[in-house]
Ligand binder design. Structure first.
Ligand SMILES: Cc1ncc(COP(=O)(O)O)c(C=O)c1O
Length: 386
């Protein structure tokens, strides 16, 4: 009992699953086991020096409240990056808004589009997946439909299986490619099909593309921003993974002008306008690809080390075309939590697939965030214990 009311939704959604992982890690570390942590996707790579310098140069004696619409220079840098990366010409004033990382924007988007009571009250998301889409929808009072991602379908949701009545009450559909946790990539045809449905049934597509730059094949992944008509399409991206800048908190929403206009009305109240010095660092980061190529190369080396060790131990890696994740099938009829606990006893921290939704059962996720040296150490341990 609390001495005042606490939202029942807080109880219903439970603890953020990774908080439980932290507790298990503390227990094992207390026994003196050295942990190599593949649990959470927080890159432990240095941020490029020129980005840190741009941040420092952005600090002035007097710093006023930042504006929610962001600096024009940052909106222009983001639009220019979209132009170079995807060949799409977006209007920096009507189609771009910077965000404080993308998590807050993922969480609050449902509040901006869900229409209660009596209107469109459904948010569709995919699972296994980043839990914030569902949590944000729940706090916005929406109903949530989770579409499972199955390996047999390339970890793409079966959007054609959703009936018209359901689509007609949908406010928002979340998709996330390259996908956390499965590493799957979506073809442009998938976004085009979804955009056609969104237009017909009048909902918004939110495409979370946080991992767009961490790919290992010859072709860079497509974006939902590339569909012919982006009036129903919003893309969210971030510098967190691309530029190893999780601590800076810098991302953007781009696309549907009606949504960008709504966000510009919503966001000044929320207190999520990015700090101006962070925006200066972001201008530098979006303007450079060399540091991103370096990051991709480091992930490629780490993937090789861990994937090689797992495969030699007879494990199967599912999907995992892109992102910083390896999505690994749990061997031998164990649950994903049992398998993860077994690895934790040897100091290897991974996320049980079930933490990311029921369809994640049967898999564990390795976030390739430890250093290359630690990955080498972990590879030796994995080959030894598996
Ligand atoms: C799928 C996905 N989207 C969004 C984010 C949020 O990233 P940030 O808030 O650092 O931009 C994450 C972070 O792990 C993620 O995995």
């Amino acid at each position: 009992m609390t001495r005042f009311p606490v939202s029942p939704i807080l109880r219903e959604v439970g603890d953020y699953p990774f908080v439980r992982l932290d507790e298990a890690k503390r227990r094992v570390a207390a026994r003196g086991v050295r942990l190599i942590d593949f649990g959470v996707g927080d890159p432990r790579e240095p941020t490029a020096a020129f980005i840190r310098e741009a941040l420092a140069d952005g600090i002035r004696e007097t710093m006023e409240y930042p504006k929610a619409v962001g600096l024009p220079e940052l909106r222009a840098a983001i639009a220019a990056w979209i132009g170079r990366r995807y060949g799409v010409d977006v209007d920096p004033d009507r189609e771009v808004v910077p965000t404080l990382g993308s998590k807050e924007a993922v969480f609050s988007l449902a509040q901006v589009v869900v229409d209660l009571p009596g209107g469109r009250d459904l948010v569709i998301t995919t699972q296994p997946g980043y839990p914030v889409t569902e949590r944000g929808a729940r706090f916005a009072g929406a109903e949530v439909l989770r579409l499972p991602l199955h390996e047999s379908a390339g970890f793409l949701p079966d959007i054609d299986a959703i009936d018209a009545a359901t689509l007609d009450r949908t406010a928002l559909i979340w998709v996330n490619y390259p996908n956390n946790p499965t590493g799957a990539v979506a073809p442009l045809a998938f976004y085009a099909r979804l955009a056609a449905l969104a237009e017909r049934h009048g909902f918004l597509i939110a495409s979370d593309e946080a991992y767009s730059e961490l790919y290992f094949g010859d072709e860079a992944p497509a974006s939902a921003i590339q569909v012919a008509d982006r009036g129903n399409v919003a893309v969210l991206n971030t510098l967190s993974k691309r530029s190893s800048m999780t601590g800076y908190r810098s991302g953007f929403v781009a696309g549907a002008p009606d949504l960008v206009a709504a966000l510009k009305r919503f966001r000044p109240t929320v207190g999520t306008a990015p700090q101006e010095f962070v925006q200066r660092a972001a201008v530098a980061a979006w303007g450079d690809e060399t540091h991103v190529e370096d990051a991709r190369e480091r992930y490629r080396v780490k993937r090789g080390l861990i994937a090689g060790a797992l495969e030699r131990a007879g494990l199967r890696i599912a999907g995992s075309e892109a992102t910083m994740y390896l999505w690994v099938e749990v061997p031998g009829g164990r649950t994903s939590e049992e398998f993860a606990t077994g690895l934790l006893d040897h100091g290897i921290v991974v996320a049980p697939g079930s933490f990311l939704g029921p369809a994640g059962e049967g898999y564990v996720r390795f976030a390739l965030v430890p250093t290359i040296d630690d990955c080498r150490r972990a590879a030796a341990i994995l080959e030894d214990v598996l």
